[in-house]
Structures are given as C-alpha cells and as structure tokens.
Design a protein around this ligand. Structure first.
Ligand code: PMP
Length: 288
C-alpha cells in the first residue's frame, strides 16, 4: 500500500510520523473519512470544506490548498489501483516541543491512506443495529465543538467502549441537556408518521456529509424532513430509525436500550433511502 505523506508517496512500512508530532502528543489535528465508489470520490469537495472548517476552528493553517488536497486524494487512489474504497485524510499539528503550545509546531503533517473499507458486519444491514444509550455525554459545544472533526475522539471512544461492553456496535450519545446528539461515529435519523427527523447540528452532532445527502434524497423523493431536538423516548417510539456515516452509509436501527423500534426490522422508508443512496453513489463523484 502506498501512503501519501507530506507530498510524497511512501510504502506502508515507511509511512511514519515523529513522536514529537502534536497529533500524537495531544490529539491535535483534524481528519476526514471519505468514500470512493466506482472510481469516483464521493462528495470530496464537501469533505475538503469541512476539513478546512475544522482546521480553522483549531487555528491550524493547512500547508496545502483545496485543489492540491483534491489532487492528492485522487492520486492516492490511483497509486493503490483502487476503484472502491475508503480514504483517511489526516492533518496533524506537526512536530513541536513537549509543551502544549501549538505555535511551536512549524509545519502540519498531511497524510492520506486509501484502503478498502471495513463496514459493520452484513447482519447489521439485514437485521438492524441494537443501540444502547451511553452514559458518556457528548462534548459541550463550548468545550470541543462536536462540529470539529478533530483527532481527539476520546469523547466518542468512551461511548463506543460502553457499546462494546454492552455487546453491541454503536451507542446513542445525548448532549448535556439530555437531547439526542448522534452516535459515536454516525448521525441519527428517525421516521415518525411519514416524516424524517434528525437532531440539529447545534444539538452536538457532526455536520455529516451522509446526513446532508440523506436530507437531499428525502427532498428528492418527497419525504418531509426537518431538524428537531429528539429525546430517547422519540427514538424508542419512532416507526423507523437509521444511522448515517461515510463508512457505514445508511444503517437501520433495530432497538434502543432493549426497546424494539417499529417492527424491529429495516423499515420501508429506510430501505428506499438506502436504494436512492446507492443510485447516487453510482452517478456522482470526483473522477480519480
Ligand atoms: N458523527 C461522528 C461523530 C462521526 O465521526 C461521523 C463520521 N464517521 C459522522 C457523524 C458521520 O459523518 P459523515 O457522514 O460525514 O461521514
């Protein structure tokens, strides 16, 4: 596997960064997880935009322009002869001293890994995922904004540990007010009385690219959709529920905290959106 590292392609075993990189020392950096379908990178511009916004919030000046990053992502796919896969684009603060001050770091490190994707097990898509509510509350927006896709994922990891310990793969995260924010690595949607609802980004969700795509698809198929605060009760009593993410795509949810959602099987609206999503991934994207 060839890795893009600071403007060069290097073999996997040579793709190394310094122990003084603040990405390692402090989780100081930003990233994106991006999909490649049929030789085209899906919503690449939106991912690059979000990366720049995350970096701006951290006062991290990227050492590459947007077109340069687009070109590097495409080139990394070509170098690895990939047609379908997953890209991990990472920008760390770079090498500095042992202190916290990010301004001692002279140049951010940029790397891109293009690999095949590790999805949830197939059974999750057929049967739906069982969610548990994490006791770990989503980061407060005035602490680390959940809108920043930073290398510090400990908030999500603590909640994911709860999911794994409860015998499942995803956990629902609530915000400090008790409203639904999102899951540890996915956004959440419910369908109730034929209407699609997802929490607003201000509730503590990442502004997911797949989330935006699903809202566009809802518009296309005439499904009323809105953003609104949701409680655990709203999720438990929904007709259907599903999660969205670049890696996961659209994942039906079977239950929350032992309460079956709807019939407990992937619902009709969810399946229709999955179908529309697949169609879209065959049609659009940045050719590599
Ligand atoms: N929320 C979190 C916390 C995430 O890490 C992700 C990405 N894995 C998502 C939501 C989904 O975002 P996207 O659709 O842009 O991948």
């Amino acid at each position: 596997m060839k890795i893009f590292l600071d403007g060069q392609f290097v073999d996997e075993q040579d793709a190394k960064i310094s122990v003084f990189d603040h990405g390692v020392l402090y989780g100081d950096g930003v990233f994106e997880g991006i999909r490649l379908y049929h030789g085209r990178i899906f919503r690449l511009d939106a991912h690059i935009e979000r990366l720049f916004d995350s970096a701006k919030a951290l006062m991290l000046t990227l050492p590459m322009t947007k077109p340069e990053l687009v070109a590097a992502c495409c080139a990394t796919c070509r170098q690895n002869n990939l047609v379908d896969g997953y890209l991990r684009l990472v920008v760390t603060r770079g090498v500095g001293n042992l202190g916290l001050n990010p301004f001692t770091c002279k140049k951010p490190t940029v790397f891109i890994i293009a690999a095949t994707i590790e999805l949830y097990p197939k059974s999750v898509y057929e049967k739906g995922v069982d969610l548990v509510t994490a006791a770990t509350v989503r980061n407060h927006p005035n602490a680390i904004s959940p809108a920043i896709k930073s290398l510090n994922y400990l908030n999500n990891i603590l909640a994911r540990i709860e999911a794994v310990k409860a015998g499942t793969v995803e956990a629902l995260m609530l915000n400090g007010e008790g409203f639904v924010a999102e899951c540890t690595g996915d956004n959440i949607f419910v369908i109730r009385h034929g209407k699609l609802i997802t929490p607003p980004v201000s509730a503590g969700a990442l502004n997911g690219i797949t989330r935006t795509v699903v809202l566009e698809l809802a518009d296309k198929v005439g499904l009323p959709a809105r953003e609104a605060n949701l409680t655990r009760y709203d999720v438990m009593t929904a007709d259907e529920c599903f999660l969205t993410g670049s890696a996961a795509e659209i994942v039906p949810v079977a239950s929350l905290d032992g309460r079956t959602i709807g019939t407990g099987k992937p619902g009709g609206v969810t399946l229709q959106l999955i179908e529309e999503f697949r169609k879209l991934t065959r049609l659009e994207g940045t050719a590599i």
